[in-house]
Design a protein around this ligand. Structure first.
Ligand code: ATP
Ligand code: MG
Length: 279
């Protein structure tokens, strides 16, 4: 459904995207990982036509999107939802009104727009908060409203730009669980920029690694993470081992033997949390 070809974007001397090729099938979930500044957000912004690339092409459902204007561009943007790190809800509107706004602007009747908004809030488990204003919600709830706002547009592709990185750890799980449910439903394709390696491993159909404006590895998530020799893959493996594969416990036990104050807590058997523990 989506084909990105030789996409290039420069900001002055800096190359943000350096000949990106990417394909996405309907319903597919692609996790996109890479170091800060490697071009992940720029790629998503180009796909949503928020940023104009210098060269290359983006073909969505058989049509190049780079020449779209006016109503055709607005219609395209409704098919391609975007969930940002910061939710950008309108503060003086309720959750329901925030979600209904898109369908209203797309020309749906009030009744239809609010009914869609209610359905979308139900899907993110927030229908009971329909009348609440963003200021009265937790960060996780606000991000779920932002997800509902995207779902209410019935997109066939959702671009996620680090949707959990502004949330505190307890709230991350509730948003990831909703994303995992959407990925499993196969009704929308998704490109997910994330640092949540377990999510990428367990939920995504494919993983792509970016470095300095290029895609340096791509394929089945485990193959990419555990077998790629790209420097980015090596760094990610270290992070994965450190965070999720028990290395913390080893570090703590070493400190314990040296008589640090942590020594009381280190004699627990090393935990190997399931990568799915947070769902
Ligand atoms: N509007 C802009 N003007 C100038 N340079 C920009 C602009 N947007 C991005 N860049 C540069 O392009 C490169 C890619 O930026 P981008 O935001 O796409 O990275 P990223 O992979 O999303 O990083 P992060 O993980 O920190 O969000 C960076 O070097 C950045 O400084
Ligand atoms: Mg970014």
């Amino acid at each position: 459904m989506l084909h990105v070809r030789r996409l290039t974007k420069r900001y002055g001397q800096r190359i943000a995207l350096d000949g990106i090729d990417l394909d996405l099938a309907p319903g597919e979930t692609l996790a996109l990982l890479g170091p800060s500044g490697c071009g992940k957000s720029t790629l998503l912004r180009c796909i949503q036509r928020l940023v104009r690339p210098d060269a290359g092409d983006i073909v969505f459902m058989g049509q190049s999107v780079l020449d779209l204007e006016g109503e055709a561009l607005r219609a395209y943007r409704r098919k391609v939802g975007f969930v940002f790190q910061h939710f950008n809800l309108i503060p003086h509107l309720t959750a329901l009104e925030n979600v209904a706004l898109g369908p209203l602007m797309a020309g749906l009747s009030r009744e239809e727009a609010f009914s869609r908004a209610r359905d979308a809030l139900e899907r993110v488990g927030l229908v009971h908060q329909a009348a609440a204003h963003p200021a009265a919600m937790s960060g996780g709830e606000r991000q779920r409203v932002a997800i509902a706002r995207t779902l209410a547009q019935r997109p066939s592709l959702i671009l996620w730009d680090e949707p959990t990185s502004a949330l505190d750890p307890v709230l991350v799980d509730e948003v990831l669980a909703i994303m995992a449910g959407l990925a499993a439903s196969d009704e929308t394709a998704m490109i997910v920029v994330t640092h949540e390696i377990p999510f990428a491993l367990e939920v995504a159909d494919r993983m792509a690694l970016m470095d300095q404006g290029k895609i340096v590895a791509e394929g089945e998530p485990r193959e990419v993470l555990f077998r790629s020799e790209a420097p980015v893959a090596r760094r990610l493996r270290k992070v994965y081992e450190m965070r999720y594969a028990g290395l913390y416990q080893q570090v703590l036990s070493r400190r314990g033997r040296n008589g640090s104050p942590r020594s009381r807590s280190v004699h627990r058997p090393p935990e190997r949390p399931s990568a799915l523990a947070w769902i």
